[in-house]
Design a protein around this ligand. Structure first.
Ligand SMILES: [Zn+2]
Length: 316
């Protein structure tokens, strides 16, 4: 295909180097699907929510792409963008310092941290959002990631908003050591307060979701959704095989496997996600849950109720 376009240029009048650069085919014009090998025109892929039209493989989304896909246009307002990561341990590895790595990652990704939080509306329902960006150090959870999430949870509680988290992450950020691990307890404690305030947390797990993120806030939710085919786990399959010395079953750690084993509540294809979220939010809004002092007793019932309600609506 590239040769074809290059041949065409021969029949055009000669142009200066600067103009000729515009005729170059950008590298990302055609994208190859990693599962079926189909070559997809990038604009067609964008129009299809970045889902392969042939095999329905869900390509990874940047955080802001995700926000644009699920929220009502023009409603997203970012919160706490001024909270910036630092290098508390003066960490260095074989490649260099974490401080330098942060600056490089910030300029490459166009984001200041791996988590974007804010308020938006989904089908008219106001919601607090926290969306991780895998392009930023594998969306690893460091101290500022955790802090932004906790502030968003507290904002949600103060404004009586439901919370939606979208997580795709490699886990804790090793460059911040113990400070990263502490975020697991800190975020889950904030979610417990949100639960006590009677406000729901809906979690969407996207490929890949691992480590301290899966093991903390991302799965402590009233409803846990996942994208088709997403890999979700704590340790990776190779590590588990080495430790247990057992061959893992087929499909291990896929969203479908987790649904079969009761670890998540639903799988939502990306094209249906917005409607599903709108439906869940509407049900929680109507349910009018009262604040409770015993969230561990009350919440499992609420999950079952909402899933049953949504299921009834889908079939009836
Ligand atoms: Zn495909």
């Amino acid at each position: 295909m590239r040769d074809f376009f290059h041949r065409r240029s021969k029949f055009r009048p000669e142009k200066g180097d600067e103009e000729r650069a515009d005729l170059q085919i950008p590298e990302d014009l055609w994208i190859k699907c990693p599962t079926c090998g189909e070559l997809i025109y990038s604009r067609e892929l964008d129009g299809a929510n970045r889902v392969c039209p042939k095999c329905a493989y869900h390509f990874r989304l940047r955080a802001r792409e995700r926000i644009a896909q699920i929220t009502d246009p023009g409603t997203f307002i970012e919160w706490h963008a001024d909270v910036l990561p630092e290098d508390p341990l003066a960490f260095t590895d074989g490649v260099g310092g974490y401080d330098r790595k942060l600056v490089q990652t910030q300029s490459k990704s166009g984001e200041t941290e791996a988590l974007i939080v804010g308020g938006a509306a989904i089908d008219g329902t106001p919601v607090a959002l926290a969306v991780s960006d895998f392009e930023f150090l594998g969306a690893s959870m460091g101290s500022v990631f955790g802090e932004k999430l906790v502030r968003a949870i507290e904002d949600a509680a103060a404004q009586r908003l439901p919370l939606l988290t979208v997580s795709s992450s490699g886990g804790a950020r090793m460059h911040e050591g113990l400070f990263s691990l502490m975020q697991m307890a800190k975020t889950v404690a904030a979610l417990a307060r949100l639960g006590r305030a009677g406000l729901p947390h809906i979690a969407l797990l996207a490929d890949p979701c691992y480590g301290g993120v899966t093991a903390s806030y991302a799965t402590v939710a009233d409803v846990v959704l996942a994208e088709p085919g997403a890999l979700i786990g704590f340790a990776g399959p190779r590590v588990i095989e080495q430790i247990t010395k057992q061959k893992l079953p087929e499909g291990f750690q896929t969203a479908e496997f987790l649904l079969d084993h009761g670890m998540i509540d639903m799988i939502s294809p990306r094209a249906e996600l917005r409607d599903l979220l709108a439906s869940l939010l509407a049900h929680y809004g109507r349910a009018g849950r009262r604040p409770t002092r015993h969230p561990h007793v009350a919440e499992p019932l609420a999950v079952a109720e909402v899933v049953a309600l949504v299921g009834a609506e889908a079939t009836g």
